[in-house]
Ligand binder design. Sequence first.
Ligand SMILES: Cc1cc2nc3c(=O)[nH]c(=O)nc-3n(C[C@H](O)[C@H](O)[C@H](O)COP(=O)(O)OP(=O)(O)OC[C@H]3O[C@@H](n4cnc5c(N)ncnc54)[C@H](O)[C@@H]3O)c2cc1C
Ligand code: FES
Length: 348
Amino acid sequence: MPEPTTGARTHRLRVVEVVAETADAHSLVLQAPRESADRFTYRPGQFLTLKLPGADGRPAARCYSLSSSPHTGEPLKITVKRVAGGYGSNWVCDRLTAGDELEVLPPAGTFTPASLGHDLLLVAGGSGITPVLSIAKSALAEGRGRVMLLYANRDESSVIFRDELRELTEDHPDRLLVIHWLESLQGLPAADLLAAPLAPYADREAFVCGPQPLMDAVEQALRSLGAPGDRIHRERFFSLGADVFDAPAVPSGTAAEGGGTAEVELDGETHTVAWPAAAPLLDVLLAAGVDAPYSCREGACSACTCRVVAGEVKMLRNDALDDQDIAEGYVLACQALPLTDRVEITYS
Ligand SMILES: Cc1cc2nc3c(=O)[nH]c(=O)nc-3n(C[C@H](O)[C@H](O)[C@H](O)COP(=O)(O)OP(=O)(O)OC[C@H]3O[C@@H](n4cnc5c(N)ncnc54)[C@H](O)[C@@H]3O)c2cc1C
Ligand code: FES
């Protein structure tokens, strides 16, 4: 079982139920303890970061999107699909049973619609259905718009949430259309083949999650249909490399080494912290006891995204934000170093 809590931000959730969705995908229904329940409010499309006992004795961090919706009253649920030869997914599917506890970071991520009030185009492949289902259920429960979901799988037996999707279409026949794409029947979903089914929906904001080739094909198809790139949102699944749960070591810094002050607005509070030139903003905040969001701490997941309101920063690495985000002042706190004496940041 997971080691005792070491990080300030992890919480222990109880596994209430394990549901075998398909031969190789399990859902875990989770319950947060009463005292930290407010840390587990979330937006559709967000994910949890699990702290699993690693094979090498160090914790292994794995992210799993919430397949539940925050707008339907259902409990927290993640869905994990086994990856051949993978450590974490098989550990979760083989080892966890009802009554176990899991140590996790609170929900994070930016793969979430700014508004649920508009028509949406959703595309998922395999386990990529998890955040997409959360968005679909939320839009149907909370919004008024229509939802088209194209869901690609190897074959019929690998379709996760088949019954839930059927029930949703029965409940919302005028608002939800689900198109299944089975590779066993239709071949690989290549861009030229996807253009026809996607064409009627190309003007909608799109949320795409699945294997890289599928996401590339969908983006290529949508762009060929005239969809602007900033309306196509992608969620990339990968395994975290670093031990993200280690307490950050923040260099003390001297005047000669530069650095300055960060004024950070988070959850309605303003925190003023000294910001040494060589320390990423996230490390500075965590070391100061500020409950700043994060997951990968390697510039890849966007969980730590915040916005520079005044001053300047540079990012060491960025595999998560696009040019438009950067032009709007967004930065990754886990990669941000100060370039000016004073920097104002907001997480709102
Ligand atoms: C934001 C986010 C959300 C996610 N949501 C979900 C979700 O909802 N559901 C879900 O199922 N997954 C999700 N993932 C993916 C998940 O976090 C894991 O990446 C996935 O479960 C695989 O982890 P693993 O430990 O089983 O595989 P890993 O051990 O990380 O291995 C991955 C692959 O690499 C190969 N490999 C591993 N080590 C080596 C090596 N030394 N040499 C060669 N090959 C190697 C393995 O054989 C395997 O094919 C998400 C990821 C992110 C970032
Ligand atoms: S924590 Fe993942 S990009 Fe910063």
